[in-house]
Design a protein around this ligand. Sequence first.
Ligand code: URA
Length: 276
Amino acid sequence: MSENLTYQAALEGLRWQLDSGADEVVSSQAWAPLTAEPTKPRHQPFEAAVAQAQAEAQAEAPRVNKAQSAVMASEDQLARDATQIANTCNTIEELKAAVEAFEGCPLKATAMNTVFSDGNPEAKVMLIGEAPGADEDRQGKPFVGVSGQLLDRMMATIGLDRTSFYITNILFWRPPGNRTPTSTEVASCLPFMKRHIELINPSAIMLVGGLSAKTMLNRTEGILRQRGKWANYQLNSERAIPALPILHPAYLLRQPVAKRQAWMDLLSFQKKLEEV
Ligand code: URA
């Protein structure tokens, strides 16, 4: 806390952060913009303000484009580095160790634990979720919080549990405050996921939630459009694995009425397991 920040002001600041959704302390230092003097508002006619904003946006454009290209180039480099590391791994244990040692994903800096996987690596069913939440981050295991418990109950209805499925997430580290992950964070983890699927070699994949379905099937459509529609995850030129996007249990907790759709999708998954 800065010396000239009064107790009352610090308390107000903290309340404001909590109201804004902060639920994690990531540094003992206050971030400068939160403690800096607010700039005085500028009063000017509407047209002048619009013209100024347009001029500023135009002046910014080359810088923004350059910054975007730099982000894309660094994403490519990260993905290449991660692919190289992932491809040296020949067992799940090696892959787990490589992920734990990997420093390329910015989320690692704020997470308590690496959340790699749970369940049976010999199973023919593989579940891929989105990202660890607070409970998973604390325990170092995927889907152990409230939505994980619902997911376990859902899987039990089709006769599956963690001895008969293997479960992991697109991201191995919790995004602070459960925010949406950036494309760089996803790009840095994806090569490990691809290798993960190669090593597990499941007969069917369940894609749990929108991020999982979009990332693994390389689609932009939301989960409400993708759910229940079988797709193929192309493992290599010879092998495609059937993959079914389903609604995330966290969504079902907020929208219990959607459980009916989830139930239909679970039955479809059960039926597919009889064929593969
Ligand atoms: N949600 C996910 O997608 N994965 C977890 O591990 C927990 C919650």
